[in-house]
Design a protein around this ligand. Structure first.
Ligand SMILES: NC(=O)c1ccc[n+]([C@@H]2O[C@H](COP(=O)([O-])OP(=O)(O)OC[C@H]3O[C@@H](n4cnc5c(N)ncnc54)[C@H](O)[C@@H]3O)[C@@H](O)[C@H]2O)c1
Ligand SMILES: O=P(O)(O)OC[C@H](O)CO
Length: 339
């Protein structure tokens, strides 16, 4: 299903971060006819990608089109790029942006596909980016229900792009969209980023719940009430309520809580099966953002006085040794109230 008509406005795009998501986005952009250079911090892995014409470590079988090249040298990756797309985990975002800063030309536009709060500060990615790079540059965040594996395989996918600059959101949506890919634009960077961070915590909870055999009623109660928690936190941070009804809110939440391609959901399933966080992480071998996000979300919610009981119980299971049945008991025993 990769027969997209080429983009009419061909761009030169640098993708920073050659894990599963950076690779999938680079593939999608190159399939659309853009000139894409993909850089990763692991030089051996970049060399292997260049030799193999695919990312065997993170996205085996998704062959690189001619327009996509894996490059070892960061400066070479950035040379001529009109757009830079950063796809690293939240714990590496500040360091990566700091590394990019002295190399950024004035007119280059920057976006990221990172989902999560910065743990040490409780800041969202756009706040970290503004701190490191200032707030004069067009910037955007890509989010939504988008498994890298499915984008790599060219399966139909929709996402949200929120930006501080309407033209940039539109240009990115045009750059990515084709027969098999559709990007919607938004101006609500806070809402889109809160959705992407909180859904990972809830997906761990859904995995635990399903792993323990709690059933469909429990899963859907968690998703529905989890959406309320996500919305509450987002609104307290300045987001628009409607954003949480969209792809980057409900869409990503349902995807991640219900499908085993999700690493966060798999973390929950493995925990339910008796593994420690470290053992589960070893088995998954890719970033599981929800583990750190559970801590960050708890701290941000506590600071703002926002009630997030399900996220709080996931935090207690992960970090305070509370059992899943105790956590369910605590949720069920809460004071009854109107929906
Ligand atoms: N994989 C997906 O389906 C998907 C979809 C949407 C969003 N995301 C988000 O994209 C981000 C990246 O995740 P991924 O799925 O590509 O992870 P991954 O585990 O597949 O790959 C992580 C990549 O980041 C690099 N990395 C790790 N720590 C780093 C650091 N401190 N500094 C710089 N680079 C570092 C690794 O070398 C690797 O290339 C996450 O925030 C994730 O939530 C992932
Ligand atoms: O594998 P997960 O749980 O990190 O989810 C990947 C994407 O965020 C889904 O949109």
């Amino acid at each position: 299903m990769n027969s997209n008509a080429p983009a009419t406005d061909v761009q030169s795009i640098a993708v920073i971060g050659a894990g599963s998501w950076g690779t999938a986005l680079a593939l999608q952009l190159a399939r659309r006819g853009h000139e894409v250079r993909l850089w990763g911090r692991d030089q051996q892995q970049v060399a292997a990608m260049a030799a193999d014409g695919e990312n065997r470590r993170y996205l085996p079988g998704a062959k690189f089109p001619a327009k996509l090249s894996a490059v070892k040298d960061l400066q070479h990756c950035l040379d001529d790029a009109a757009i830079i797309l950063v796809a690293v985990p939240s714990h590496g975002l500040r360091e990566t942006l700091t590394q990019l800063k002295p190399r950024l030309r004035d007119n280059v536009r920057l976006c990221w596909a990172t989902k999560g709060f910065e743990l040490s500060t409780g800041k969202l990615p756009h706040q970290v980016a503004a701190e490191v790079l200032g707030d004069q540059r067009p910037m955007a965040v890509l989010s939504g229900p988008t498994f890298a594996r499915e984008v790599g395989d060219g399966l139909p996918t929709a996402m949200t792009i929120a930006a501080n600059d309407e033209q940039f959101a539109t240009d990115l949506a045009n750059a990515l969209s084709g027969d098999n890919f559709r990007a919607y634009t938004s101006s609500d960077m806070i809402g889109v980023e809160v959705g992407g961070a909180v859904k990972n915590v809830l997906a761990i909870g859904a995995g635990i719940s399903d792993g323990l055999g709690f059933g469909a009623n429990t899963r859907i109660a968690m998703i529905t009430r989890g959406l309320v928690e996500m919305t509450r936190l987002g609104v307290a941070l300045g987001a628009q309520t409607e954003t949480f009804m969209g792809l980057a809110g409900m869409g990503d939440l349902v995807l991640t809580c219900t499908d085993n391609l999700s690493r966060n959901r798999r973390m929950g399933l493995l925990l339910a099966d008796g593994r420690s966080i470290d053992e589960a992480q070893q088995e998954i071998q890719q970033v599981v953002e929800g583990v750190l996000a559970a801590k960050a979300v708890k701290e941000v919610a506590d600071k703002l006085g926002v009630e997030m009981p399900i996220c709080q119980q996931v935090y207690r299971i992960l970090y305070e040794g509370v059992s899943a049945s105790e956590a369910v008991g605590a949720l069920m025993g809460r004071r009854l109230k109107p929906e």
